[in-house]
Design a protein around this ligand. Structure first.
Ligand SMILES: O=C[C@H](O)COP(=O)(O)O
Length: 249
């Protein structure tokens, strides 16, 4: 039985004091049947880490360097993340892929480094509108899943969540229909099955991301292959994120 997983990606929003205030509002809501995560910006990780320490609300980072240490100006290492209490790192987000040019092989290096250092990973995949209209959804998603997980042994998979985020649905108010999203989630499960077998495919937690809101989370979560949500805009306020965390109550 897969445990549902609700995550908020705060992207480049919130000062330290704003982040701490929001985290304090969210801690009491992390008391349901799911796993819950917030991913503040790097500057607020340490302070938010103090707020969520010892609570069920997990601390996530939005990115990580592919290198362990050294001359990498502007980067943040896996050890630095662990040092401030980070438990999960979001990798391969479409904004990293499209704005900063991150490719599958590079993302794969980060996935390996995170897992080797006992950090959980949310691996994001998803097609652009252009790719969807060209009928390339499965090809794109397959390449990203296979590329991101290349060389990862099955024993690490319980530390991996996949987030399917169609780029055209991110921050646009357009959501994939629950049926469309579920079909891609089922396809991702098929790819995992081909790579690792039935048991791993059945166990893989796959989140949906792209304009998830209090008003659509229930119908998305009702789908057979949708096990969670990776939320952007609606994760920035307790009044919209708490109802998403509590979608099943
Ligand atoms: O990481 C979160 C996603 O990019 C979704 O963002 P959104 O909920 O604002 O569409």
């Amino acid at each position: 039985m897969r445990k549902t997983f609700i995550a908020g990606n705060w992207k480049m929003h919130k000062t330290v004091s704003e982040a701490v205030a929001l985290a304090k509002e969210l801690v009491p809501a992390a008391d349901g049947n799911s796993r819950y995560l917030i991913a503040p910006p790097f500057t607020a990780l340490s302070a938010v880490g103090e707020v969520v320490k010892g609570t069920p609300l997990l601390l996530g980072a939005q990115n990580m360097s592919n290198a362990e240490s050294g001359a990498h100006t502007g980067e943040v290492s896996v050890h630095m993340l662990k040092d401030v209490g980070v438990q999960v790192v979001i990798l391969g987000h479409s904004e990293r892929r499209l704005i900063y040019g991150e490719k599958d092989a590079f993302i794969n290096e980060k996935v390996k480094l995170a897992l080797d250092n006992d950090l959980e990973v949310i691996l994001c995949v998803g097609e652009t509108l252009e790719q969807r209209e060209a009928g390339e959804v499965e090809q794109v998603v397959r390449t990203q899943v296979e590329g991101g997980l290349k060389g990862i042994p099955e024993g690490f998979l319980d530390k991996v969540t996949i987030a399917y985020e169609p780029v055209w649905a991110i921050g646009t108010g357009k959501t994939a229909t629950p049926e469309d999203a579920d079909a891609v989630h089922a396809f991702i499960r098929k790819v995992i099955k081909e790579m690792y077998g039935d048991k791993a495919a059945e166990a893989m937690v796959i989140q949906y991301g792209g304009s998830v809101k209090p008003g659509n989370v229930k119908e998305l979560m009702a789908m057979k292959n949708i096990d969670g949500a990776l939320v952007g805009g609606a994760a920035l306020k307790a009044e919209t994120f708490v109802p998403i965390m509590k979608y099943d109550s």
